[in-house]
Write a protein that binds this ligand. Sequence first.
Ligand code: DX5
Ligand code: ZN
Length: 222
Amino acid sequence: MSAKTASNIRIAPSILSADFSKLGEEVAAIDKAGADYIHIDVMDGHFVPNLTFGAPVVKSIRKSTDKIFDVHLMVTPVDPMIDSFVNAGADIITAHEEASPHLHRTLQHIRDKGVKAGVSLNPHTPIETIRHVMDMVDLILIMTVNPGFGGQSFIPLLDKIAAARSMINATGRDIDLQVDGGIIPETAKEVISAGTDVLVAGTAIFKDGPEFYARNIKALRA
Ligand code: DX5
Ligand code: ZN
């Protein structure tokens, strides 16, 4: 496992925890506070028991930042949704392994659109399920909560994160290893040691208001 230092850890604030009444300002504030990616949680009330927003909202916040738009699709069916998020300005589109019966086709579709392709695994889903698509992914997202809500407790899937890191290293390709759910400074440390290089966090970053976003981001990198 390669050693991780604070400088190569990237932070992806989840706007699920932002104030939706002023989403553009919130996105500008986390950009200024040092976010690397903007993590955008799209939920359909079907694959997950919650609803958030669709492509028009993503398009409207595209004006507020030039940072990477990291779109986490918690929707099924996923394939018909891909083009609208590409057109709205996504840079990375992540689909769930559990949401696509033809994951190879889904990843191919995302790549054909010229954006990066991610695959996400729910807590129960073995890392083995993506072995045969490793050559097509730019990002692996390990869920450390059951998707659907912010503010849940971290599920310590450290062996799974470490196994994903080994699989990535074996490819020799540049694949982000992202962890999402229950990330606070204490759990950040654990997942970084296990091989994570991109941390998603909602609650821990948006707490206490915009003047504290930079402090909150720094606390995760430390
Ligand atoms: C959960 C989402 C997460 C969530 C993380 O379904 O994918 O991105 O917002 O929230 P926290 O950091 O509060 O666990
Ligand atoms: Zn997410």
